[in-house]
Design a protein around this ligand. Structure first.
Ligand SMILES: CC(C)(COP(=O)(O)OP(=O)(O)OC[C@H]1O[C@@H](n2cnc3c(N)ncnc32)[C@H](O)[C@@H]1OP(=O)(O)O)[C@@H](O)C(=O)NCCC(=O)NCCS
Length: 247
């Protein structure tokens, strides 16, 4: 058990997770989550097989522990069109190859909580997602009773876009989940077809008015003031509830 009092002023450092982290990573997951992950998952994480990850360590701990994980985040890149949130993503074209980053697990050992470790780990994921030009969002699921995590995602400007009834099945009980999303690289949600139409009409109306104004202005030989930018139509998020098996 890690005791932060041993290291009153932690020097938290972030680094990729590597094969030597296997045992600790598996142990912390076992302690923090009610869901059991298969050994294959941990091997994929530490070997970077299809999963990206960041670990947090406290450099102020004694030598033997100063490289031991005290927190982690794991994620994978998924094809947006094959994801459950395809309808929440704006695609450039029907043939476009947009991707998303899905956060699989996030955890910080108890004695290192509330000092910003998870926030920093999430920021690493957002930074990474933003560097992938095809990536449109970072998203994740959280069990509905996990208030510290829900507060954290909200504080980090993730949007709660869905409630998924009985998403998790743990120890014979069903639990709801919330789906949180953080858009990157302009990947904001698609509007409903009606709102798309309204936005389109507004754009046309705007350019039509602009042309009329230009003609009138030219006639009066005056300088045309800059047309105000059209504000995006507000989008209502769909509330379709997908039934998905426990991840
Ligand atoms: C949820 C979890 C990852 C949060 O980790 P954490 O490192 O404590 O998170 P942070 O420190 O970044 O943020 C937690 C709170 O500490 C506060 N905080 C952050 N830095 C701080 C600082 N330097 N000083 C004081 N408070 C600080 C934040 O404001 C935040 O408050 P809020 O989110 O309630 O508004 C952690 O509780 C955990 O591992 N839980 C078990 C596993 C789990 O539930 N994972 C999520 C699954 S979806």
């Amino acid at each position: 058990m890690i005791n932060i009092k041993e290291s009153r002023h932690p020097i938290v450092d972030y680094r990729p997770i590597r094969p030597s982290d296997l045992e600790v990573l598996e142990k912390i997951h076992g302690e923090l989550f009610p869901i059991r992950y298969e050994s294959e998952f941990f091997h994929s994480v530490v070997n970077g097989r299809g999963i990206v990850s960041w670990g947090a360590v406290d450099r102020a701990r004694p030598m033997s522990q100063n490289d031991e994980l005290i927190g982690f985040v794991t994620a994978r890149v998924v094809i947006a069109k094959e994801s459950e949130i395809e309808d929440l993503i704006r695609f450039e074209s029907p043939k476009s190859d947009e991707t998303l980053v899905y956060i699989l697990t996030l955890g910080v050992v108890e004695s290192y909580r509330n000092v910003g470790v998870a926030s920093s780990l999430i920021r690493e994921v957002i930074k990474y997602a933003s560097t992938i030009t095809t990536c449109r969002a970072v998203y994740l699921h959280v069990i509905s009773y996990n208030n510290p995590a829900i507060l954290l995602y909200k504080r980090m400007s993730f949007q709660c876009v869905r409630k998924l009834d009985s998403f998790y099945f743990i120890d014979g009980h069903h639990y709801d989940a919330y789906l949180f999303i953080y858009y990157v690289n302009g990947g904001r949600t698609r509007c409903s077809p009606m709102l798309e139409l309204v936005a389109l009409l507004l754009t046309h109306a705007k350019s039509g008015l602009k042309s009329v104004a230009r003609i009138l202005w030219r006639k009066e030989d005056k300088k045309v003031p800059k047309w105000p930018r059209n504000r995006e139509a507000g989008c209502l998020l769909p509330t379709i509830q997908n039934k998905i098996t426990t991840k």
